[in-house]
Design a protein around this ligand. Structure first.
Ligand code: ZN
Length: 388
């Protein structure tokens, strides 16, 4: 048991896109009085020993003795201040993961939290809870959709208090992901393998993301219109606005028409909001857009701005494919990567009664949450232009 083993474990899951996209997820290791937790804004795949924050476990435990304001902004700010105060001396420059409290609660030496699309097919579906009970019984706890941070940790604390011994090593978080705990590296790997194998054997359909159709290009005309609209909406962002394009066999059935697009039309998990926006835009144009395409796109774009107050990060064009929109090289690719993750989740969720979106309140919370904004900025992407 060591910090080196934690680094190896973090890189193992962080470099596997089946588990982690866009640097999401976090890991921890407990050693007596110290919790080593991944710093916010550091990707698991690239984490080194210096990227973990040493936290005083007694200081974190004291958080449960405090009473905090009922209003979420004031509460999260107060909890964050207490959490930062629990950093060990010399760790002041690092920012512990927002899920630190939850890591500390789980009575296992190692905890690995990820957002696998396969698992989220279950956690983001209408019949997910019943399926989880059927598939995993007492080996897993299901936590209903809840805002990240203090209230999520509190919900897990209460669920653990009611759980039978031995405590389950799998915590399924609705519309979010999974926490897996074990006292050894091999134990983590076994628990994850069992989780993924069970789900993989259960899902009726698998997303054909890799089957890229080459018959259609990115349509430079549509890309140009989207780039111009982005520059017009937020002219003062640093790097120029860019778009990138994706079309694959899995996406086809979802962009046939507006009703087909429904499973991708809102947010499934916080990651999707942070990088791809809470509301991917659907643009209804024919497969071979003629000269009128610019007007249709502009109308859809303006409608989206009026409705959400933010520019879209994803524009899916009927029968064509999806465009990621962002400032600089990385952000549009990230947006598209997370949209493809949502696509996978939507396909897997078909086995469990179809998708269940985050609630409007939760979407608002994540869209404006200070901690998520930090993560978004740390990922060097463009900030939400109209939210600041
Ligand atoms: Zn998470």
């Amino acid at each position: 048991m060591s910090i080196e083993a934690l680094v190896t474990l973090s890189r193992y899951y962080g470099s596997n896109p089946e588990y982690v996209v866009a640097g999401g997820g976090n890991t921890s290791f407990k050693d007596g009085s110290t919790l080593f937790i991944k710093s916010s804004g550091i990707a698991l795949a690239a984490a080194g020993a210096g990227d973990f924050v040493r936290m005083d476990r007694a200081g974190l435990a004291r958080i449960w003795e405090q009473s905090y304001p009922a209003l979420s902004d004031a509460r999260e700010a107060a909890v964050l201040a207490d959490m930062l105060a629990a950093r060990k001396p010399g760790e002041e420059a690092k920012r512990p993961s927002v899920e630190t409290l939850l890591h500390e609660l789980l009575p296992f030496a190692y905890v690995v939290h990820t957002h696998p699309a396969l698992v989220n097919g279950l956690t983001c579906s209408k019949a997910g809870e019943a399926a989880a009970r059927r598939l995993f019984g007492d080996r897993a706890i299901w936590i209903p959709s809840i805002n990240p941070g203090y209230v999520l940790a509190l919900a897990v604390k209460e669920a653990l208090a009611l759980a039978p011994e031995p405590l389950p090593s799998i915590i399924l978080l609705q519309n979010h992901g999974v926490f897996v705990g074990a006292d050894s590296v091999e134990g983590i790997k076994e628990a994850y393998r069992a989780l993924m194998d069970t789900l993989s054997a259960c899902v009726k359909e698998k997303p054909a993301i890799a089957e890229r159709a080459s018959a259609y290009g990115a349509s430079p005309e549509i890309a140009g219109v989207l780039r111009e609209l982005a520059a017009k909406t937020a002219p003062h962002t640093g790097a120029p606005w860019q778009v990138c394009f994706e079309r694959n066999a899995a996406l086809g059935p979802f962009i046939r028409d507006r009703p087909s697009f429904y499973p991708l039309s809102s947010a499934l998990t916080p990651d999707h909001i942070v990088y791809a926006g809470s509301e991917p835009l659907f643009i209804p144009v024919p497969e071979s857009p003629g000269a009128g395409a610019a007007g249709v796109i502009e109308e859809a774009w303006e409608g989206h701005l009026t409705k959400t107050g933010r520019m879209p990060r994803i524009a899916a064009v009927q029968g064509l494919g999806a465009f990621g929109i962002g400032s600089g090289e990385k952000a549009p690719r990230r947006a598209l990567e997370l949209f493809m993750d949502a696509l996978k989740v939507a396909v897997y969720a078909q086995t469990f009664g179809g998708v269940c979106f985050m609630s409007p309140d939760q979407i608002r919370f994540i869209s404006t949450w200070e901690v998520e904004r930090y993560r978004f900025q740390a990922a060097d992407a463009a900030a939400f232009p109209r939210a600041q």
